[in-house]
Design a protein around this ligand. Structure first.
Ligand code: PEP
Ligand code: MG
Length: 588
């Protein structure tokens, strides 16, 4: 971290986590370290000890349900889901039976054994490579802490102590800490640890307050009551900001607000460039909860419906046809009159599933393993159920279907063939469905990208998944932060393959869209449109800025951008060309 002193002002650089600028007095929050006592228990007291533990679990459950309801009221159901995850931890049989077994063996008090078991799981999860499981560490720690406080008859220190508007400064914040805070009392959140996906950050975004994380030593540099200015856009925290800094921020904030108004003013205007060429912007969604954003930001339907959500909800059971039918129908109905591109199951890799993938040997390399269409073509029972549900949902609106992780023509033909069989089956049983559903292939594996001409002759559209395409082109694991600097979409090989795929689709007269993160990135969206992409699909909140940028572009500028970007061999220079183009139109 880089700190620059300007007289009394201290500047601390962290990671920008939730946008906005706020200033106020600091409330420095330290979670209290808990001393867990260990002592022997007489045989006759063991049953009493077991009961104490069960009572503490019941008390914890009650507290979590109260918190859950408070968060649902204050922030909404989605955020309250964090506490559903906590309740699941509490229900985990290992969490209940292991401490009791250990207590019976060791004849020591229950909090000592419970602490031991909880620490074992925390350590085990922390050492895993898997980011999803790593994030669960916070859930386990939070729940374990709560159970221990209940066992010891202590009341936990919480942010409910904040009774006035304050900038919250903490080493880290658990979901329970954040939830206990009164809405409106936190001006901003700054933490020593954490990343963009930590729960505190998700809460900040929902509360629409700025957050900066990963500051390393904010709790040491900031004292209670210090005047703190938080810049959630750039990830900077100023302690005792100087007059100059305050003036500059006042000015920047005014310009940012004015720019946000300009973008907002165009949110419902036509999707066409300044010289009248239309472009399509659609949304990536995971379920009905994202459909509000689709309407709010005037997306032209759903360009990627990731269907894994319903499978990941319960890692121990598969959703049946009825449950899936309801899940897909909701989204298809909500998107009307626009279409929804439903992607068939893309399980595996960064989306593991216990039951689906059990029976398989643990894979050394799950990203290149038994996943997505490979899985579905082998587990036709699972694939069939999903296709039946999607087909039945198609009568509620406009549906397109696409297959993920296609790596060869043979795979595409097998998937198509199976899709046709399921259609025939429904027809035979007089179950209604749209008989003209367009079928597409995701292009996210280099072999598919190189075979684009071949594949285009056998499907109705392409959707380029740049998240995976870049990782496979460059052999850079997209989730590995250690090599994140190598994940470079400006690499000439990546830019070359994008041009090839879009060009192949054009040659074969099929539609081509982009649904990876690059589509919603203001550096790449103009380039993709200039290359000929028919539509871009992105997270709904990214749509207004991309729309603004493209509406303020024209054919001459876009052609120039492509020529300049492709003339350059040095990725850094290409990146600069793309950034300058975006900045010149998005200046605040
Ligand atoms: C992609 O790979 O770009 C994509 C959109 O799919 P996912 O991120 O779900 O793998
Ligand atoms: Mg993908």
């Amino acid at each position: 971290m880089n700190n620059v002193r300007d007289e009394k002002e201290i500047r601390i650089q962290g990671i920008p986590a939730a946008p906005g600028v706020a200033r106020g007095a600091a409330f420095v929050f330290f979670a209290e370290g808990l001393q867990v006592p260990c002592y022997s228990i007489a045989e006759s007291s063991l049953e009493n000890e077991r009961q104490r533990f069960l009572d503490a679990l019941v008390a914890t459950r009650k507290q979590l349900v109260v918190l859950r309801d408070k968060v649902a009221r204050d922030l909404g159901e989605k955020e309250a889901g964090i506490f559903d995850a906590h309740l699941l931890v509490l229900d985990d049989p290992a969490f209940i039976s292991e401490p009791i077994q250990l207590m019976l063996q060791r004849r020591t008090n229950i909090e000592c054994n419970f602490h031991h078991v909880a620490e074992k799981y925390i350590e085990c999860f922390s050492s895993l490579e898997d980011d999803y499981l790593k994030e669960r560490v916070g859930d386990v720690r939070d729940v374990a802490q709560r159970v221990l406080y209940n066992l010891l008859g202590l009341s936990q220190r919480t942010l409910s102590e904040v009774t006035d508007k304050r900038v919250i400064v903490a080493e880290d914040l658990s979901p329970s800490d954040t939830a206990s805070m009164e809405k409106g009392h936190a001006l901003a959140i700054v933490t020593d640890s954490g990343n963009r996906t930590s729960h505190a950050v998700i809460m900040s975004r929902s509360l629409r307050i700025p957050a900066v994380v990963g500051l390393m030593s904010a709790t040491k540099k900031i004292a209670a009551g210090d005047d703190v200015l938080v810049d959630g856009h750039e990830g900077i925290v100023f302690v005792n900001p100087s007059e100059k800094t305050l003036w500059r921020y006042g000015h920047i904030e005014k310009m940012r607000t004015a720019f946000a108004h300009r973008v907002q003013a165009e949110v419902a205007l036509s999707n066409s460039t300044s010289d009248g060429k239309p472009f399509k912007l659609s949304a990536n969604v995971n379920g009905i909860e994202d459909m509000e954003g689709v309407h709010k930001y005037h997306a032209q339907g759903v360009g990627l419906f990731r269907t894994e959500g319903i499978f990941l909800k319960d890692p121990h059971h598969l959703p049946d046809e009825e449950a899936q039918y309801a899940f897909y129908s909701d989204v298809v109905t909500a998107a009307r009159p626009h279409r929804v591109i439903v992607r068939t199951l893309d399980i595996g890799g960064d989306k593991p599933h216990d039951t689906l993938l059990s029976g398989g040997v643990a894979e050394a390399n799950p990203f290149m393993g038994f996943r997505a269409i490979r899985y579905c073509l082998e587990r036709k029972d699972v694939f069939r159920t999903q296709l039946r549900a999607i087909l039945r949902a198609s009568i509620h609106g406009r549906v397109k279907v696409m297959f993920p992780m296609i790596s060869s023509l043979d795979e595409l033909l097998q998937a198509r063939d199976f899709f046709d069989k399921v259609c025939a089956e429904l027809k035979q049983n007089s179950i209604p469905f749209d008989e003209n559903i367009p079928i597409g292939s995701m292009i996210e594996i280099p072999s598919a990208a190189y075979s684009a001409q071949l594949l285009a002759a056998h499907c109705d559209f392409f959707s380029i998944g740049t998240n995976d395409l870049v990782q496979y082109m460059l052999a850079v694991d997209r989730g590995n932060s250690r090599i994140a600097h190598l994940y470079d979409p400006c690499n000439p090989a990546v830019l070359g393959i994008l041009r090839h795929v879009i060009g192949s689709a054009k040659d074969k007269h099929i539609e081509v869209s982009v649904c990876g993160e690059l589509a919603g990135d203001t550096m790449f969206a103009p380039l993709l449109i200039a290359l000929g992409a028919d539509s871009l699909s992105m997270t709904p909140t990214a749509i207004p800025e991309v729309r603004y940028l493209l509406r303020h572009s024209d054919a001459t500028a876009l052609n120039k951008l492509v020529n300049e970007a492709y003339a350059e061999q040095d990725p850094q220079k290409t990146s600069q060309i793309l950034r300058e183009y975006a900045q010149s139109r998005l200046t605040i």
